[in-house]
Ligand binder design. Structure first.
Ligand SMILES: Cc1cc2nc3c(=O)[nH]c(=O)nc-3n(C[C@H](O)[C@H](O)[C@H](O)COP(=O)(O)OP(=O)(O)OC[C@H]3O[C@@H](n4cnc5c(N)ncnc54)[C@H](O)[C@@H]3O)c2cc1C
Ligand code: FES
Length: 512
């Protein structure tokens, strides 16, 4: 096998024996110093970039499904043939190279140009997207990628352009990600694609009959098609004695920056809520050397979503990093720096961060008379009860074909993928949203991945060891696996996702 001494990687310019690349497998190497991956699918071999365009995940450690490759870190999906980012969270394509088979060796030749933009496509007279978050940006991006050429506006109540929201409680809050990395797109992206981005602009009403929205600043906008991607708002809890400046919530870039500013001179913080956001905030503040007390009414952190065993593992992980837990209690009052809990315990705190859940932002949908049921009700095409008005992301409740239930989740990847599917359906593609729900959460050096959806289960089967941080936990109901949590088993997570997709295809074939 040809290897270069400096990188110890296969040099694919010198050819690679095809017999050493099994069907459905991948191998890393390089060409002219650029890392890439050879992927084999039957008799075909593809050469693609080694790293995912989302956070740089190593694609060779991912999974080939059909003619796509899935990223091991957060399940982005790329076409092996064109490199196109078919499904979020990656929005940009990966590079591809031409390969040539000579005798029994595969040679990587020149880089192939990315696929040409799609031809101009027919669509509504204009598209307005309410919400500059995950779903809104992914939808706008897909509309332009699919060749929609008409007027396209994103109206966002946020002060900042769409940002990498998951980062706000993780690396950015911990101080290890720079501010410039947080916007999802640079400002010239919007200009080049003719996306009119109206920031700091809250929509106050929606007139479905005249197909018009009204902004709080008095401006009216007409639309041919509308996407409601209004997300969710943190639940605010009144705390006796606490001043506004003592209590922080975390949803926006501005919220994260405000916490960082306070953290600069803080020594102790009380985090209310042992949810993902609360615990990620705790981890990030620990990285800044701040002492953190987590207060929550639950018996085990994350119990509702992942059960007691995984919850207790997460608790131990945080305790090993110096976080103190006060479970079975809530904050009853604050007096200066003293935080008193319902248990009678008193804690000292410079400020408090509340991560006690979110509520979907439904005000516009309710005011406009759209069908709402603990979320904006949409059909399998993500269309609301009014034709031409779609909804996606944290605000939407959709018929999930995997569980057979109407569900609403608060996952970054789901929101982006719904935005992408809604965009295609705005253009009349009639694509069903049937992605397997996925989310990840990061605590120190431990990433937890979750595929599927289980609100209730009757058994949790753990393969491997939580303490060794190497396991897969299956959440089962009546013998059927509804969801899988993995730690250090990214491939298992991808396999679980692919199995759930295959199960759905089979069910559909049987029905047909
Ligand atoms: C700190 C943090 C960390 C997270 N980490 C993870 C994670 O690790 N993994 C994961 O899967 N998920 C994570 N999430 C959840 C994830 O970010 C959400 O599921 C996702 O952002 C939902 O996307 P969305 O587009 O529905 O809503 P958002 O991204 O919240 O966007 C909603 C947009 O709508 C705008 N808006 C609302 N009402 C109006 C109105 N009336 N007029 C105009 N604009 C309006 C808002 O200003 C905002 O721009 C995290 C969330 C937070 C806050
Ligand atoms: S790094 Fe590939 S999906 Fe996130």
């Amino acid at each position: 096998m040809a290897e270069t001494a400096d990188t110890n990687k296969h040099d694919f310019r010198n050819g690679f024996p095809i017999r050493d690349l099994g069907d459905g497998s991948m191998i890393s190497g390089q060409v002219d110093g650029e890392e890439l991956v050879l992927a084999r699918l039957g008799d075909e071999v593809f050469a693609i970039a080694a790293h995912c365009t989302h956070y740089g995940g190593p694609l060779a450690e991912g999974l080939i499904v059909g003619d796509t490759v899935r990223c091991p870190w957060h399940h982005a999906c790329f076409s092996l043939r064109t490199g196109e980012a078919l499904r979020a969270p990656a929005l940009d394509p990966i590079s591809c190279w031409r390969v040539e088979k000579v005798a029994d060796r595969i040679f990587v030749r020149e880089k192939v140009s990315p696929p040409a933009p799609k031809r101009k496509t027919e669509g509504p007279s204009s598209v307005v997207i309410v919400g500059g978050g995950a779903a809104g940006l992914a939808a706008a991006d897909m509309l332009r990628r699919e060749g929609y050429d008409g007027p396209l506006t994103i109206v966002s109540a946020d002060d900042s352009p769409p940002v990498d929201r998951p980062n706000l409680s993780k690396d950015f809050l911990a101080g290890t990600a720079q501010e410039e990395w947080i916007p999802l797109r640079p400002s010239d992206y919007y200009r080049d694609r003719r996306i009119d981005l109206l920031l700091h602009s809250r929509v106050s009403s929606l007139d479905t009959k005249n197909r018009r929205i009204l902004l709080e600043n008095g401006k009216a906008l007409e639309f041919g098609a509308l996407l409601l991607a209004t997300g969710a708002d943190p639940v605010h809890l009144p705390i006796e004695g606490a001043t506004d400046s003592q209590v922080h919530y975390l949803r926006t870039f501005a919220d994260s920056k405000a916490i960082i500013a306070k953290a600069a001179s803080a020594k102790r913080v009380v985090v209310c809520g042992a949810s993902f956001i609360g615990l990620e905030v705790a981890a990030s503040l620990r990285a800044r050397g701040i002492l953190v007390d987590v207060v929550a009414p639950d018996r085990h952190p994350l119990e509702r979503v992942m059960g007691a065993e995984v919850g207790d593992f997460v608790r131990k992980l945080h305790e090993a990093h110096g976080v103190s837990f006060h479970l079975g209690a809530t904050v009853s009052r604050v007096n200066g720096r003293t935080v008193t809990l319902t248990s009678g315990t008193t804690l000292d705190a410079d400020f408090l961060v509340l991560g006690v859940g979110v509520r979907p932002s439904l005000a516009l949908a309710e005011q406009a008379g759209l069908a709402v049921d603990r979320g904006i009700s949409v059909n399998e095409y993500l269309e609301t009860s009014v034709a031409g008005i779609f909804a996606a992301g944290d605000a939407a409740r959709w018929p999930d074909p995997h569980t057979g239930e109407r569900i609403r989740v608060e996952h970054w990847v789901v929101a982006e993928r719904q935005g992408q599917v809604a965009a295609k359906n705005i253009l009349g593609r009639r694509e069903k949203f049937d992605a397997v729900p996925f989310f990840w959460s990061q605590h120190y050096d431990v990433a937890i991945n979750y595929v599927g959806h289980a609100e209730k289960w009757d058994a949790v089967e753990i393969d491997g060891s939580l303490d060794a941080r190497d396991c897969a936990a299956a959440y089962k109901k009546a013998g059927r696996t509804l969801a899988i949590v993995t730690i250090s088993r990214d491939l298992r997570s991808l396999q679980a996702e692919a199995a759930m997709e295959a199960e759905l295809r089979l069910q559909r074939r049987e029905v047909a």
